[in-house]
Every structure is written in structure tokens, then in C-alpha cells.
Design a protein around this ligand. Structure first.
Ligand code: NAI
Length: 397
């Protein structure tokens, strides 16, 4: 079968497994170039391990000098009569295969991170694979829904401003267009539900589960990822529903610190740069900013993808307790927020319209990143070559 991209708006309906492998190989290569640094984790649980920052965290720690053993949890689908499966499904498989080849212990757990069953499977795997204890939990889930454990009903997040409507643009990768949109302000219920889905409650409950089951080693650390961004994005992000959820996540760090105090553990928030991922392309109004940001950061030689960010986090920032902001957060959005970068981004945004966005900004770069997340657009992959469905069916995570 020859696989061509099927794009609907900002959603990829399929992926190219051979291209997914190319993406994994490139990230592994990057991780292998890092310099050793003391005090890195050896046994790592990654929640949200199959794409974006979680995948890059896993690759950085497995294939970089940390040489860590990892357990990756994600929610992905394999090949079926409905389709070829998701990129994350194949990412899990290729990371596992490469890790085994490199002599690292590794396991994939594909299931709902919010379910009790997944937690039990994780606990069992920590006992068998990691000698019963882990020393780092990476919390990198990005999702629009979370089940209420008491009622079984779902909380659903809304990506909306708070207080007043916001005007902006949204991108469409299917027909290469930018269109105007007005986002109404969120209701109180939508704010509350978004905090339930993307705030810190589930992070804390994972840490409580692991601690109560004695699965955390002395000095265990945990990190969750956040975004703050520049003034231009505040109405839709930092001061919107997502920002309120992130504020809750930041606050939860202190609850986890208290929870881990007996074992001298510690919770961190790493504030990352804005990047094209499966989750971020859903944020309306953020994509025009990404188009401008990509152009400016590339021109200045400052552009990073998820793997560059995670390599910098673990191999440069991780053990430097002084290198924190006033709130105690690790900042790997520092290059994005440089004044010279933001001045140039603002100049591009001021002139960006639906007619010129592909000339004044880096639409090609953003589209390429989006395609590559799904295994398309790699020059070294022969997309005319048929892919064996039987072989894909034999692949399991
Ligand atoms: P992503 O969509 O690339 O990855 C999300 C991961 O969560 C995937 O592995 C997916 O399988 C997993 N997942 C989702 N629901 C699940 C469930 N119910 N059970 C198990 N696994 C589940 O997302 P991305 O962008 O890497 O986001 C990760 C974190 O980084 C989020 O907290 C996000 O807010 C944060 N972040 C993202 C930025 C960006 O520009 N993309 C910037 C700064 C922070």
C-alpha cells in the first residue's frame, strides 16, 4: 500500500510508519551527541511518552548519556480496519526496538493514563523492570478529556479566553489557509473543567499512587511541562483557560514537594518553548504566532524542536538549582522570550494577513513539522514505495 497524508484541518488522519522511524532516528542521533552530566535519573516513568515533549524526554534520557531505563505510557491506536494507526503507536515501537538494541530496559504501556488499570500495570512494570523503584516521573499528558473518577463522566477542556472575546487567526493545513476567528470567553464551568483536565490534579494523584505503593526511590524527582509565552499570546493562553490550568499545575508542584518530603523528592515545572505538536496545533490564534516565531528563531539560529528542548533541559538545566526564575520554574522558553526575538515576531505579526502569511512567516517550516510529526515530509523516505500492511500488523508496542 502506498500511504499519502490524509489531513483534515489540523488533524492528520493517518501516518507513515517508515517516516515515523526516520523521525525517531533523528531524535536518537541528537540525544547521542549530548555530554554526560552527573545526577541523571536511571529509571524513568514517562506519562505521555509517544509524541511531543514526552517522546523527546524519553529519547533524551534513554539514548543520551543518562542511559535510562524507561516505562512509557500513552494512548495510541494500532492498525485496524479503520486505518493505519497513529504515529504515536509506531513511535512507541521504534523507540522500544532501538532501546533494546542499545541494551536499555524499556516498556510501553498503551492505555488510558487516567484509569486504575493503567496505574496497576505501571506499578507491576516498575516492580519487574526497575527493581521496584523509579527516580523520575515525567508528566507530559496533553488531552482534551479526563474522566471524573467518581461519576465516570468526562470533564472536557475548552481553549478559550477568560473575561472577553479574542480575535485571531486559525490555520488549516488541509487547504493551506489562515482564517479569521473570534473566540468567545469561557463560562465558569468551562474554566473549571479545563483546570480539571489540564491542571495538576491528575499529576498529584499519580504521585500519590506511586508514593503510597512505595515505588519512588529516595530523592525521586518529577517534572511537568508548561507554557507561558509572550504578551501577544496571553489573551488566548496565559490569561485564558489553559493558562489557569497551568497556574494550577504550577501550584501543584508545592503539594507534590510536600508529598515527597520524606524521601527528599522534588517536583519541577519546565516552561517550554512554543512548538508544533499534535496538541498545540489545536490552539487557535497560537499558530500565526508559531509561523512568525519559527521564521525569526531560525534566522537567528535559535530554533529548537522537542528533542533540542529536552536535551537542553536534562543535560544543561536539570541539576542547576540556581538556574530558576523567581517562581522557581525551569525556563527553556528563554530563547523564545528574548526581546530581540519578540520584537521581530511582533513586526511580522503586525503585517500578517490571510493573503501573505506564507511569505512573511515560516508556513513551510510549520507545515513540514506538522507533516513530520506524522511521518511525512522526510527527504530520505521513499513515499512512492509500498508499505506492507502485513508487516505493520505484526508490529506491537
Ligand atoms: P502531544 O499531543 O504531542 O503528546 C501528548 C501525549 O499524551 C501523547 O503521548 C499521548 O498519547 C498522551 N496522552 C494523551 N491522553 C492520554 C491518556 N488519556 N492516557 C495516556 N496517554 C495520553 O503533546 P505535547 O505538545 O507534547 O504536550 C505535552 C505537555 O507539554 C503538555 O502539558 C503541554 O501543555 C506542554 N507544552 C507544550 C507546548 C507546545 O508548544 N506543544 C509548549 C509548552 C508546554
Amino acid at each position: 500500500m502506498i500511504i499519502q497524508p490524509q489531513i483534515q484541518g489540523v488533524i492528520a488522519r493517518n501516518c507513515h510508519p517508515i517516516g515515523c522511524k526516520a523521525a525517531i532516528d533523528a531524535q536518537i542521533h541528537h540525544a547521542q551527541q549530548q555530554r554526560p552530566t552527573p545526577g541523571l535519573p536511571k529509571n524513568v516513568l514517562v506519562l505521555g511518552a509517544s509524541s511531543g515533549f514526552g517522546l523527546a524526554s524519553r529519547i533524551a534520557l534513554t539514548f543520551g548519556p543518562a542511559n535510562a531505563s524507561t516505562i512509557g505510557v500513552s494512548f495510541e491506536r494500532g492498525i485496524s480496519e479503520k486505518g493505519i494507526g497513529s504515529a504515536g503507536w509506531y513511535n512507541n515501537i521504534y523507540v522500544r526496538d532501538a532501546a533494546k538494541q542499545a541494551g536499555r530496559m524499556t516498556s510501553n504501556i498503551v492505555g488510558d493514563a487516567f484509569s486504575e488499570q493503567t496505574r496497576q500495570t505501571v506499578a507491576d512494570t516498575i516492580r519487574t523492570q526497575c527493581g521496584g523503584k523509579i527516580d523520575l516521573v515525567v508528566y507530559s499528558l496533553a488531552t482534551g478529556i479526563r474522566p471524573n473518577p467518581e461519576t465516570g463522566e468526562f470533564w472536557r477542556s475548552s481553549i478559550k479566553p477568560v473575561g472577553q472575546a479574542v480575535d485571531g487567526y486559525s490555520i488549516n493545513f488541509e487547504n493551506n489557509s489562515l482564517s479569521h476567528l473570534t473566540l468567545p470567553p469561557a463560562s465558569e464551568q468551562e474554566i473549571e473543567d479545563t483546570v480539571k483536565v489540564m491542571g495538576g490534579e491528575d499529576w498529584l494523584s499519580w504521585m500519590q499512587f506511586l508514593q503510597h505503593n512505595d515505588l519512588l526511590s529516595e530523592g525521586c524527582r518529577t517534572v511537568a511541562y508548561s507554557y507561558i509565552g509572550p504578551a501577544h499570546t496571553h489573551a488566548i493562553y496565559h490569561n485564558g483557560t489553559l493558562g489557569l490550568a497551568k497556574a494550577h499545575l504550577h501550584q501543584t508542584r508545592h503539594d507534590i514537594d510536600a508529598l515527597l518530603s520524606d524521601i527528599h523528592g522534588k517536583a519541577d515545572i519546565a516552561v517550554c518553548k512554543a512548538l508544533v505538536t499534535k496538541a498545540s496545533v489545536f490552539i487557535p490564534s497560537l499558530t500565526p504566532y508559531l509561523l512568525a516565531l519559527y521564521r525569526v528563531m531560525k534566522a537567528k539560529g535559535l530554533q529548537e524542536g522537542c528533542i533540542e528542548q529536552m536535551d537542553r533541559l536534562f543535560y544543561q538545566k536539570w541539576n542547576d538549582d540556581e538556574d530558576r526564575d523567581d517562581e522557581g520554574l525551569i525556563r527553556i522558553d528563554d530563547w523564545e522570550l528574548q526581546q530581540d526575538v519578540q520584537d521581530e515576531v511582533n513586526a511580522i505579526l503586525a503585517e500578517m494577513t490571510p493573503d501573505n502569511f506564507d511569505q512573511v512567516a515560516d508556513y513551510t517550516g510549520v507545515l513540514t513539522d506538522f507533516l513530520q510529526l506524522n511521518g511525512f515530509g522526510f527527504p530520505e523516505v521513499d513515499y512512492q514505495a509500498p508499505v506492507s500492511i502485513e508487516q505493520l500488523k505484526a508490529l506491537t508496542p
